[in-house]
Design a protein around this ligand. Structure first.
Ligand code: NAD
Length: 483
């Protein structure tokens, strides 16, 4: 690993330069697999955020703001190519920083490269329109960048979320200030260094690690920021929206979920089984789109619960570098939160439970993967986002009942329907309240092309795909009267 040559974890990156954070503060950097402090990261403050916003504005006023869409796209494409040359390094960095098993961490790096490739190709393909209007006028629309965009990213999928939000923002010609999560900022720092090596002008992307309530809050309240993309919890999302409202700034909120998979008795159960379990326990359940509820029609309920339970029984949580299917949780705090749900579920039927690897370091944040069965739809485990490797199975009889249970939480991020009945597939896709509905699969491989976002408390606005390019730009109508 060449991280010491490549980026400086203890500094902020502003205007193309590495600097010590203005307040001189540092935050411990912990390895979640062991609980050991392995270094420190910069504790950026409002002063650093202010410098980053100034640098971003200078980039807009300078080379970056005057660059053609074609050239922006070429730079993004080169960034993606450079990321591809460092996939293994990025995977090791992320595994160490976040506790993500190596293969999953490497997949995130692959996705980051793919976002750059996609948005690099898309940069010069967002067009305005001409609008037929009154005689003597020519009317057209221009798609323009917002200006300085703020990006607040959580710890669970840093590379993927940076790829989808910063990638789309840069493609549209915005200049970005990125505040990664305090628990996981190394790949953000590694990324900005690669981006500049690939030709991104200084100031087009600035990275300020720091605490949410300091650097994050300063970014959301800064009057020089013109758009905010926030990915994280509902509570903080609401704070971000309120802070942005004071500056009348548009916000994209990508928040939590309690996403259901609905399995009808006619489904191909063998095909469904790996998705039913895998879509929840991936990244140790710390996934916004984790499928933490499985609704199963009664004739196949017991059989499927038993088969899912057997998979849980075979699961082992182990250090990220061993590349088991399950790593530790991100922090002691997250382990405490998840463990309270084990407690809340003590009267429920446990249909399967994994183990913690023998010899896993005592200080690592491991919890056993657990499947609860026969869970009432209004139980806290069936309503609240747990963000750990815990899943509930809920039986149902009719399609109407399945829809009511599926839609019966505050969230609406992702859902899937497993059935061979084509008419039912269409009805369910319409009836379910979610930003994405999958039929006979879950996640469709996570394609960068697929617009993503929620309804209800899962948030608003869309990232990923071409749709994100509209979100990261504003529309100007030009009406010329020429007689
Ligand atoms: P979090 O809300 O605690 O933190 C997210 C980010 O917000 C971090 O960078 C943090 O430093 C920052 N932050 C914290 N307080 C802030 C404040 N007052 N002002 C501005 N920024 C602040 O969330 P988390 O625990 O890191 O992530 C888990 C949550 O994120 C889960 O609810 C999960 O569902 C959600 N999530 C959603 C998506 C999605 O795309 N919908 C993706 C990943 C995670």
């Amino acid at each position: 690993m060449r991280d010491h040559l490549w980026y400086d974890a203890t500094q902020v990156h502003i205007g193309g330069e590495w600097r010590a954070p203005a307040g001189g503060g540092q935050i411990d950097l912990e390895n979640p697999s062991t609980g050991e402090v392995i270094g420190s990261i910069a504790r950026g403050t409002a002063e650093d955020i202010d410098a980053a916003v100034t640098a971003a504005q200078a980039a807009l006023d300078g080379v970056w703001g005057h660059m053609s869409a074609l050239e922006r796209g070429r730079i993004l494409t080169r960034i993606g190519q450079l990321v591809e040359t460092r996939l293994d390094d990025l995977a090791i960095i992320e595994a160490t920083d976040v506790g993500k098993p190596l293969t999953q961490a490497r997949n995130d790096a692959v996705a980051l490269a793919r976002y750059m490739e996609f948005y690099g190709g898309a940069a010069d393909k967002v067009h305005g329109e001409t609008i037929p209007y009154l005689d003597g006028y020519t009317v057209y629309t221009l798609r323009e960048p917002h200006g300085v965009t703020g990006h607040i990213v959580p710890w669970n999928y840093p590379m993927q979320i940076i790829g989808r939000s910063v990638g789309a923002a840069l493609a549209m010609g915005n200049a970005c200030v990125l505040k990664p999560a305090e628990e996981a900022c190394l790949t953000a720092l590694a990324f900005v260094a690669l981006a500049e090596e690939a030709g991104l002008p200084p100031g087009a992307l600035n990275v300020v690690p720091g605490l949410g309530e300091e650097a994050g809050a300063a970014l959301t309240a800064h009057p020089g920021v013109h758009h905010i993309s926030f990915t994280g919890s509902v509570g903080v999302g609401a704070l971000v929206q309120a802070a942005a409202a004071k500056n009348v700034v548009q916000v994209t909120l990508e928040l939590g979920g309690k996403s259901p998979q609905i399995v009808f008795a006619d489904a191909d159960l063998d095909a469904a089984l790996p998705f039913l379990v895998g879509a929840c326990i991936q990244n140790a359940g710390q996934t916004c789109s984790a499928s933490s509820r499985v609704l199963i029609q009664r004739p196949v309920y017991e059989d499927l619960v038993e088969r899912m339970g057997a998979r849980y029984d075979a699961m082992v949580s182990a250090p990220a570098r061993t590349d088991a299917n399950l790593g530790p949780l991100i922090s002691a705090k997250q382990k405490e939160i998840v463990t309270t749900y084990l407690d809340k579920g003590r009267d429920l039927r446990v249909a399967g439970m994994g183990a913690i690897a023998e010899g896993a370091p005592e200080g690592g944040h491991y919890v056993p993967a657990t499947l609860f069965a026969d869970v009432p739809p209004d139980h806290p485990l069936a309503q609240e986002e747990i963000f750990g490797p815990m899943q509930v199975a809920i039986p149902f009889d009719t399609e109407e009942e399945a829809i009511a249970i599926a839609n019966g939480t505050d969230y609406g991020l992702v859902a899937s329907v497993w059935t061979e009945n084509g008419a039912r597939q269409m009805r369910m896709a319409k009836a379910i309240k979610a930003g994405q509905v999958f039929i006979n699969n879950y996640g469709a491989g996570g394609g960068v092309e697929l617009p993503f976002g929620g309804v209800g408390k899962s948030g608003h606005g869309r990232e990923k795909g071409f749709e994100a390019l509209y979100g990261f730009s504003t529309l100007k109508t030009v009406a010329a009267k020429h007689g």
